[in-house]
Design a binder for this molecule. Structure first.
Ligand code: C5P
Length: 341
């Protein structure tokens, strides 16, 4: 990535190379020997697509019960955690972001990465004295859990940097506090999310699926899409969301045709209502040979399932030629969740 933009806070934007360079061994010349220290930790974390998103009626707490089948796909953000230098304000994590869309990412405490560091530090009686540098490649506000991914990655990075020894259960609990999609960013692979999406059951997947993602201009607010879902269902009973047996069987078998036939997203009509132009993108991908086309999560990224890698490349070319989207990405799934690299 060669394009850099200043982060909104005015923080200097550093490259991923600079951010990761301090990891691992360093020479301590004053002592005349080399010491090994983890003075920075980098975590790679994938995006997700929802292969089923069944949405129930609004709950009293404003959330919606879901049957949410997540698949982690190989578009990645990286979060590098480095201790703040002596003399810095150690009560607030410092956030910097690089990547083509860095300017769209909040570089303050509202960033889920900062909140993750603060929650973990508070639980372990530590100060969140950490610089978190995010190398952003997952579409921003795109329905692919990019913000959630950074929260999960920061949590894993700070846990390793501070040696908190938190259990997997504790980390998952913090993830659920951060947001409905954050636990899945930690575990990756494929999983069924119940409740508001945070109660996960891992799913078996029998193969690799080939996807194309069309990135739209601008983002969509997840709460706004859920509000539009409520408006579209006003005065009607919304059935309790249930996972599709056909979809789970298709995932287990690993066949793209069967999965294509079973894909569904109850938020798609709401996303299309707020962003009618997405219909043209869905049509362009279908015309380009996609087995199925759907909005990813709350959108506005659209997702296209292809038969194999060659077909995915053809769909990507058709989408690029159509002029109906800002960028096109090809990725496979499932892939693992947040991991130290
Ligand atoms: O959990 P998270 O902070 O990601 O949710 C963002 C917003 O999306 C919520 O405030 C809510 O408006 C909506 N949401 C929902 N039902 C869910 C998940 C999210 O209504 N299951």
């Amino acid at each position: 990535m060669s394009e850099h933009h200043p982060a909104p806070s005015g923080e200097p934007v550093v490259s991923s190379g600079e951010a990761a360079a301090s990891s691992g061994q360093h020479a301590d010349s004053s002592q005349g020997h080399t010491v090994s220290s983890a003075d920075s930790i980098t975590v790679r974390v994938p995006a997700k697509v929802n292969v089923q998103l069944a949405v129930g009626g609004a709950r009293p707490d404003g959330f919606h019960d879901l049957a949410n089948v997540f698949l982690a796909v190989g578009l990645y953000d990286e979060v590098t955690a480095t201790p703040l230098p002596p003399g810095a304000d150690t009560d607030v994590p410092r956030i910097t972001v690089s990547g083509p869309d860095a300017r769209l990412v909040p570089a303050d405490r509202s960033n889920l990465a900062a909140r993750a560091a603060e929650l973990l530090a508070a639980r372990h009686g530590l100060r969140p004295a950490v610089h978190l540098h995010i190398v952003k490649d997952i579409p921003v506000a795109g329905g692919m859990a990019g913000g959630s991914a950074d929260g999960a990655a920061a949590l894993v990075a700070c846990d390793a940097l501070w040696g908190t020894g938190a259990t997997r259960e504790e980390l998952l609990g913090i993830c659920a506090e951060l947001g409905s999609d954050v636990p899945f960013s930690l575990v990756g692979g494929a999983a069924l999310g119940r409740g508001r999406g945070e109660l996960l059951t891992p799913l078996e997947v029998g193969g690799t699926f080939h996807w194309v993602f069309a990135v739209a201009d601008g983002g969509l607010s997840t709460p706004a899409v859920y509000r539009e879902f409520d408006r579209l269902h006003e005065g009607r009973a919304v059935p309790a969301p249930e996972p599709s047996e056909g979809l789970l069987a298709a995932l287990r078998a690993g066949g793209a045709d069967a999965l294509a036939a079973a894909l569904s997203n109850d938020l798609q009509p709401a996303a299309l209502s707020l962003r009618p132009a997405l219909a043209g993108t869905l049509e362009a991908g279908a015309a380009g040979g996609a087995l199925a086309s759907l909005v990813s999560g709350s959108g506005p990224t659209t997702a296209f399932l292809a038969k194999d890698r060659g077909a995915a490349d053809a769909v990507a070319r058709a989408l690029e030629a159509s002029g109906t989207c800002r960028a096109v990405r090809v990725a496979e799934g499932p892939v693992p969740g947040a991991r130290v690299v």
